[in-house]
Design a protein around this ligand. Structure first.
Ligand code: NAP
Length: 226
């Protein structure tokens, strides 16, 4: 069966690579970006069934319109990939809380509101998969100083992952958080893994079979400490 997969922040970086690989595997990909021209340009560069759509996850109106206008009767995979503010320049002691708020608006509330908006379509799938692209920087087990906006937003995303997984477990919807590792993208900078390698963790969680793990935190298919 051809799956319908929605990927956020898919105009570049890991999101684009995930969209590319899903489409290559035969899935129908709804490639979303906050700038519609970037969505169209990215989709035009991919092979397969790829539909570009505008979606700014930090904007409730954009999320509502997107969910309303989606022509599909079900969504099988939702990849909450979009994120901002890897704030290496900040410390919690002196952080600009406006920046923290912006990080939460996209990295936490963006994933949360989109998952809520698409839940009827994920339920209609019968095999829904929600992949929250997190980071080991959001692991409390190794939490230290620095990147406060980003780290707090990923801790919260991990908590949301566990709650959604527990609430949706009985409906066949698997919800997991993944860390792609350090990946060479605009956010990760030079020196990280190639995007194809980073995308693997995301695809692993998107491709989990029925009865697979839910409410977990994984990288390369292996559990990470919360
Ligand atoms: P990236 O290259 O900076 O790409 C981020 C994507 O998110 C862009 O497409 C960006 O769109 C989009 N975006 C930002 N705000 C958005 C919004 N409000 N609505 C919709 N899209 C929005 O980052 P990446 O490295 O590919 O990261 C992808 C995911 O992996 C993120 O969740 C990140 O936290 C996670 N991660 C990355 C690394 C790493 O080393 N790279 C490590 C751990 C986790 P624009 O082009 O419009 O800005």
């Amino acid at each position: 069966m051809t799956r319908v997969c929605v990927v956020t922040g898919a105009n570049r970086g890991i999101g684009l690579e995930v969209a590319r690989q899903l489409a290559l595997a035969g899935d129908t990909v709804v490639l979303t970006a906050r700038d519609p021209r970037k969505a169209e340009k990215a989709a035009a560069g991919l092979s397969g069934a790829v539909e570009p759509r505008q979606l700014d996850v930090s904007d409730p109106g954009s999320v509502e319109s997107f969910a309303h206008e989606l022509a599909h009767e079900r969504v099988d995979v939702l990849v909450n990939n979009a994120a901002i503010h890897y704030d290496t320049w900040q410390r919690a002691c002196s952080a600009d809380l406006g920046v923290v708020q912006e990080a939460l608006d996209t990295n936490l509330f963006g994933a949360w509101r989109l998952t809520q908006a698409l839940l009827p379509l994920l339920r209609a799938s019968g095999h829904g998969r929600v992949v929250n692209v997190s980071s080991e920087i959001g692991s409390l087990a190794s939490m230290g100083a620095g990147t406060p906006a980003y780290a707090v937003s990923k801790v919260a995303l991990n908590a949301l992952t566990k709650m959604l997984a527990a609430e949706l477990r009985g409906e066949g919807i698997l919800v997991n958080a993944v860390c792609p590792g350090w990946v060479a993208t605009d956010m990760g900078g030079l020196g990280g893994r190639p995007v194809a390698e980073g995308a693997k963790s995301v695809l692993w969680a998107a491709d989990l079979p029925d009865g697979g793990p839910t409410g977990g935190f994984f990288r390369d298919g292996h559990a990470l400490p919360w």
